[in-house]
Design a protein around this ligand. Structure first.
Ligand code: SF4
Length: 149
């Protein structure tokens, strides 16, 4: 992976933004970190066969676990999440803010460049992101996330 920072892009900003379910984020990250409550919910929802294929390891933060991904085993063949209604907080709060057929670009640390560049360039994007974080935090607070920890 390159350690050179990517050139700053001036991306088009479209808010409100809606995910077009290309599934790239579900393929790019090594793990999906979630609370043990979220894991229990997933294991109670998927079939025993699917549950047995999921590979887990403890996160360094107590109360959190990591589902081995890249790609996420819960990603459907159609590019949609097979557990969408109960997807973990880290999936709910993620957004790339891409518009049209724009390609995914990765920062040197592996994070999404399309997203971070838009936040840096646009107040509207930052406001939209904050709004979405507030919405998704309701899910988090009900499923074991504790920002005081
Ligand atoms: S749980 Fe669903 S939304 Fe989250 S990474 Fe897996 S497929 Fe994507």
């Amino acid at each position: 992976m390159s350690t050179q920072p990517l050139a700053f892009h001036k991306f088009p900003v479209q808010v409100p933004w809606q995910c077009d379910r290309r599934g790239d984020c579900c393929k790019k990250f090594d793990v999906v970190t979630m609370t043990t409550q979220e894991r229990t919910l997933i294991l109670d929802t998927v079939s025993l066969e699917v549950g047995a294929t999921l590979k887990w390891r403890d996160d360094q933060t107590p109360g959190f676990v990591q589902l081995q991904a890249k790609p996420c085993p819960l990603l459907g063949a159609d590019g949609g999440c097979t557990i969408y209604s109960i997807r973990p907080f880290n999936c709910r709060r993620f957004m790339c803010l891409r518009v049209g057929d724009e390609e995914w670009q990765t920062n040197p640390d592996g994070s999404c460049h399309n997203f971070t560049a838009r936040l840096a360039q646009s107040r509207a994007a930052r406001r939209f992101y904050e709004l979405m974080q507030r919405k998704t935090s309701r899910w988090a607070l009900k499923h074991g996330w504790n920002w005081k920890a």
